[in-house]
Write a protein that binds this ligand. Structure first.
Ligand code: PEP
Ligand code: MN
Length: 338
């Protein structure tokens, strides 16, 4: 249930109303926007009589929220959320490009890629240290050593880093990581979602391979429920009957998320199709549909990449595509962050 307050409500009266709800065992999500202040009530609101609430003179109106996701619901927070990471703003008209290899392979590789994507205009360096691979015989990532190399690339270039976590047991290793990625395969790893909810790190939550929008937003709700409100959503392609491409990019997810939620959403055009020749057209579509950014795989030598080489751009290609992204983001009125 949401309670919309009248303009410029008297503070003491609002506090009294909040206490009233807290005494009923409810949690309150307080949101002060540009035009409205909203109390989002979390918990069992079935016994609340709307007329009793309307009797408080600070209350403008009361609305039941039928969707299962509450704190991430736009009804709870009408303005776009902005996630601030390492001095960079994500969401609400700011456009960020995160780029780097699928996996960290060596210091020379990650530093070369970091320097190059930074020069081209990326605002974050991506790179996997813990890799969720379909086969146990495939390269599993450099793990803790990979994180160390990412931090070294960050130290040398100043680019903040985004990298995937696969187990809550590793959280301590991620202390200096700027954005923790929760990968598609772990979108419904509820223990991990709960742990990340208790962390204060920004989380890049990737949509599961066959997750519905409700499931996707409920995964974000888990992180919010633990107290962490720094969530960035990422649509990275979903499974369909099509076999010619790795996944199908669900462009509809962008306007749908914008309608349902206040959270930023970025697009991963690399995993979406699994082919480097699709990265540019899918990036263009994402910008036009209102995405808040992109996460793109780029490698200094894609043919020899230990993971996802077929979808990785080489560095000159990334440079070219970045110039196109800049033009199109500006055309759409987005501010490109670098
Ligand atoms: C990745 O970003 O390298 C990755 C494994 O992504 P996803 O979880 O979307 O497959
Ligand atoms: Mn990958």
């Amino acid at each position: 249930m949401i309670v919309v307050l009248k303009q410029n409500p008297e503070k003491m009266r609002v506090e009294r109303l909040i206490r009233h709800f807290e005494d009923m065992g409810l949690k309150i999500n307080y949101s002060e926007g540009a035009n409205t202040t909203i109390l989002g009530l979390m918990g069992d609101t079935s016994s609340i009589d709307e007329h009793d609430v309307l009797a408080y003179d600070v209350v403008e109106r009361v609305q039941r929220v039928t969707e299962p996701f509450k704190a991430v619901n736009r009804k709870f927070h009408p303005d776009d959320s902005i996630i601030e990471v390492a001095g960079r703003k994500i969401g609400a008209g700011y456009f960020n490009v995160m780029a780097g290899p699928c996996s960290v392979e060596s210091e020379a590789q990650i530093v070369e890629v970091a320097e190059s994507v930074k020069k081209a205009g990326a605002s974050f360096l991506r790179g996997g240290a813990f890799k969720p691979r379909t086969s146990p015989y495939s390269f599993q990532g450099l793990e803790a050593e990979g994180l160390r190399l990412l931090l070294e690339a960050k130290r040398q270039t100043g680019l903040p880093i985004v990298t995937e976590i696969m187990s809550e047991k590793h959280l301590d290793l991620f202390a200096d990581v700027d954005i923790i990625q929760l990968g598609a395969r772990n979108m419904q790893n509820f223990m991990l979602l709960k742990e990340l909810g208790h962390s204060d790190k920004p989380i890049l939550l990737k949509r599961g391979l066959s997750a519905t929008m409700d499931e996707f937003l409920m995964a974000a709700e888990y992180i919010f429920a633990g107290g962490n409100h720094n969530v960035i959503l990422c649509e990275r392609g979903i499974r369909t009957f099509e076999t010619m491409i790795r996944n199908n990019l669900d462009i509809t997810a962008i306007p749908l998320v914008k309608k349902l939620s206040h959270l930023p959403i970025i697009i991963d055009p690399s995993h979406a199709a699994g082919r480097r020749d699709m990265v540019q057209p899918l990036s263009r579509a994402a910008i036009a549909a209102g995405a808040d950014g992109l996460i793109i795989e780029a490698h200094n030598n894609p043919r020899c990449a230990l993971c996802d080489g077929a979808q990785s751009l080489d560095l000159p290609m990334f440079d070219d595509i970045m110039a196109d992204i800049r033009r199109r983001a500006e055309f759409e009125g987005r501010e490109l962050i670098s």
